[in-house]
Design a protein around this ligand. Structure first.
Ligand code: PHE
Length: 452
């Protein structure tokens, strides 16, 4: 039974919410490093081919599922396939967003503590304390106080996410995205300009873009594809859920293309904001937590005006992370809401569940660091399971079900705007959804597995 839900007020609101979901830690801490260490422009070339040629049809198939059914991510494929495969797919999406948000809020918590730390620059982000506090998140320091700070901030980040979700689609998600996305763009652009004017920064630009085709191999391709899925929030029901709140007249092709362009632009500008500064201070860029929570604070502490930049940077990172986190929570909440179960109740249930899993992830940097599970620590397991397994399989399932259960005529009718624009293009995209995308995803998965 379809449950009546809110719709986004405007097209720009929907676009900015989708961009808010896409732009996140994937852009700011993963992409710059992947680009630099995987062959620079060679990686970028494959990445661009993946996002614009392979991910566009995949993206549109998630949009199709949301717009066609107007159901939540758990139920949508049930309606499309009319059999049990669809239900399994819904369950898959739920596991995927749950795993992702559980480790995402831990990093969100670190961002909060670093933001507060940068306000009190001298006590928390001085070179001496980076050595202790900065290593908290790297699991090298293990005091009860640091464990509690991380845990508390993880829960705080989740509660902030929940507060926005509880305000609803229009007053919460849409309003938040409309205010913060333009701000995010200017902030990251400002940091990039500052970073590029530092002496020695060109070395960083060279690191980012120098083409090295010898690095092209199976694992590089799998990395590029995994990054593309993660960055565009594909394969876990987020795009589907947001699209189910769109108006019928929204032109989905334009929407998807703009989301991909803006997401890629953000990733490139983030690279230019972060890596050149790191090189200007003669440091080596590390990946993920190490880059953002260890290397960068050192750069800030030796940079003129470093405190201001640190405050702006961690604030920027916070916005990017929380807008992604709300998009991870919404599919879970939307799937629980019904005539008998209010949004607020759903928000509470999801918050408690995610906080419990998030606490385990957070503690895996402290007292639970010795607990070894497949993939490494508990945090690693959630991270790897979500981005390397569930999202890729989620995307594969989406294209297979949409490709085989939706006719090309229906695909085009649901996705084009009222004037029937792009019908021919949508037929081609449907062909890609049905044949090319599943084959390409499988092929790259196998390549990555055997790594040739
Ligand atoms: N796209 C987000 C990022 O780049 C992560 C994300 C994945 C958000 C899946 C929602 C769904 O960080």
């Amino acid at each position: 039974m379809a449950f009546k839900t809110e719709k986004f007020n405007s097209r720009i609101g929907l676009l900015l919410a989708l961009v808010g979901s896409a732009v996140g830690l994937g852009n700011m801490w993963r992409f710059p490093y992947l680009l630099g260490s995987n062959g620079g422009a060679a990686f970028l070339l494959f990445y661009l081919v993946f996002v614009f040629i392979l991910c566009l049809p995949i993206y549109l198939s998630e949009v199709y599922a949301g717009r066609k059914t107007r159901q939540n991510a758990f139920m949508a494929f049930n309606q499309i396939s009319g059999n049990r495969t669809g239900r399994a797919m819904g369950g898959f999406f739920m596991i995927s967003v749950f795993c992702t948000i559980s480790f995402y809020i831990v990093v969100g918590g670190w961002i909060i503590s670093y933001f507060v730390g940068s306000l009190r620059f001298n006590s928390l982000l001085s070179p001496e304390s980076i050595d202790s506090f900065g290593t908290v998140v790297m699991g090298m320091e293990n005091t009860p106080a640091s464990t509690l700070i991380c845990l508390g901030c993880t829960i705080l980040f989740m509660v902030m996410t929940a507060a926005i979700i509880n305000m609803g689609v229009v007053n919460g998600i849409e309003r938040f995205s409309k205010i913060t996305m333009p701000l995010l763009f200017f902030l990251i652009l400002g940091i990039a300009v500052y970073s590029l004017t530092m002496p020695g920064s060109l070395e960083g630009v060279r690191y980012l873009f120098k083409p090295d085709f010898s690095k092209v191999n199976g694992s590089m391709l799998a990395n590029a594809l995994g990054q593309a899925f993660m960055s565009l929030s594909l394969g876990c029901g987020t795009v589907l859920t947001y699209s189910s709140y769109s108006h019928d007249k929204t032109n989905s092709v334009n929407l998807a293309v703009w989301t991909i362009i803006l997401d890629t632009l953000f990733a490139l500008i983030s690279g230019l904001a972060i890596i050149p500064a790191v090189f200007a201070f003669g440091m080596a860029p590390g990946q993920g937590p190490e880059l953002v929570f260890n290397t960068l604070p050192r750069v800030f502490s030796s940079m003129p005006g470093g405190q201001i930049i640190a405050i702006i940077f961690f604030f920027t990172l916070f916005i990017a992370a929380i807008s992604s986190s709300i998009s991870l929570m919404e599919p879970l909440v939307a799937s629980l809401v019904s005539d008998k179960f209010s949004r607020t109740k759903a928000v509470i249930v999801v918050t408690v569940g995610v906080c419990l899993a998030g606490a385990l992830c957070s503690l895996s940097f402290g007292p639970l660091s010795g607990v070894k599970v497949p993939g490494g620590t508990i945090f690693d397991m959630f991270n790897i399971a979500a981005s390397n397994v569930f999202m890729v399989l989620g995307a594969l399932g989406t294209v297979v079900l949409v490709g085989w259960f939706a006719s090309k005529e229906d695909f085009a009718a649901v996705l084009s705007s009222e004037d029937g624009k792009y019908t021919r293009l949508l037929y081609i995209l449907h062909f890609m959804v049905k044949w090319v995308a599943p084959a390409a995803i499988l092929f790259i998965m196998v390549l990555g597995f055997i790594n040739i």
